[in-house]
Design a protein around this ligand. Structure first.
Ligand code: SF4
Length: 317
């Protein structure tokens, strides 16, 4: 099974920039971006990031706000903060060399069992397993596991990574999950491990792995206020980033509704009414040029509505 899987990967792998030289810093940045994000979405972010911070030293010296600006839109901003803090530690404690041993890696901010395994196997070709959502799905289906058991999954991944080149085994499992063994419609007829797959044999691909229960969606209604003077906006600092002030009810001031937008964060669905006007109470807010600011996807949606209004009314914004 493993031989066919690895051979399939070698033939079909996507040509991704971090696969050219398997530079540890590039592999690390890519893996951090790929947590919770698909390759196609992450790629332009990765390219911009590496262009601005081509080495771990350059990232270690970077201002957090600049890193967050480049990360804006990818979400889960704590990842970027941890990456920047960890780059600082690699430079100050490890002479700029990313550690190639598990115990040192796992002590860096933001690095857990998955990330350490990914860096050690993909960058250093060491036999450490990885189990992400793709690997979980592929291994569960091949082995016909109808119940989730974390230890069983990691044990199986550990056995496999010792049986062939670790870099290839782990990436092949992840790539198969991403490209062939998808959650909703696995393309079993094209699958290199079909003859070894129990889920395929018994026709249970749609039952394996078991679907994890998601928390119920929580609906939240907010008002975002766009208060503008020249080319600056009144904005609120939020954990290294900037956002338009948001309220559960319209605050004191004079406003005009300019549109609505919707945004989902984990299981929260935010319906946001966007208003433009003047806020009476401005404490905790600062005038900010948006071009210089690290802003989230939600803030960008609000800003897009404000810009659209500016275009319609002919006002330069
Ligand atoms: S045969 Fe189908 S279910 Fe089994 S690993 Fe391949 S794509 Fe997934």
């Amino acid at each position: 099974m493993l031989d066919s899987l690895v051979a399939w990967f070698q033939e079909n792998q996507r040509p991704l920039p971090w696969r050219v030289s398997y530079d540890p810093y590039q592999v690390w940045v890519s893996e951090v971006m790929l947590q919770q994000t698909q390759v196609e979405t992450a790629l332009p972010y990765y390219e911009r990031f590496i262009r601005e911070f081509p080495t771990i030293e350059s990232l270690a010296k970077a201002k957090e706000e600049r890193v967050l600006t480049l990360w804006a839109g990818l979400g889960y901003y704590q990842r970027a903060k941890n990456l920047t803090a960890a780059a600082g530690e690699v430079v100050s404690k490890h002479g700029g060399e990313i550690p190639s041993d598990y115990d040192a890696l796992i002590r860096l901010p933001g690095i857990g069992q998955y990330m350490a395994g990914a860096i050690l196997s993909i960058a250093f070709n060491k036999a450490y397993p990885v189990v992400d959502g793709n690997v979980r799905r592929v291994l569960s289906r091949i082995n016909g596991w109808t119940e989730d058991d974390t230890k069983t999954l990691w044990d199986a991944a550990t056995r496999l990574v010792h049986e062939a080149e670790p870099r290839l085994v782990n990436q092949a499992l992840m790539e198969l999950g991403a490209k062939i063994c998808s959650f909703k419609s696995p393309r079993c007829l094209l699958c290199p491990v079909q003859s070894s797959c129990i889920a395929f044999r018994v026709g249970m691909q749609d039952k394996i792995p078991p679907v994890k229960k998601r928390p119920a969606t929580v609906h939240v209604h907010l008002f975002a206020v766009v208060h503008k003077k020249d080319d600056r906006y009144l904005m609120k600092p939020a954990d290294g980033m900037w956002e338009f002030p948001m309220f559960s009810a319209l605050p004191a001031g004079s406003f005009e509704k300019i549109g609505e937008c919707r945004h989902t964060i984990t299981h929260h669905r935010l319906d946001v009414t966007v208003c433009e006007g003047e806020l009476t109470e401005r404490s905790g807010l600062e005038w900010k040029r948006i071009d210089d600011a690290a802003i989230s996807s939600l803030t960008r949606k609000v800003w897009d509505l404000a810009k659209e209004l500016g275009d319609r009314t002919g006002e330069a914004r």
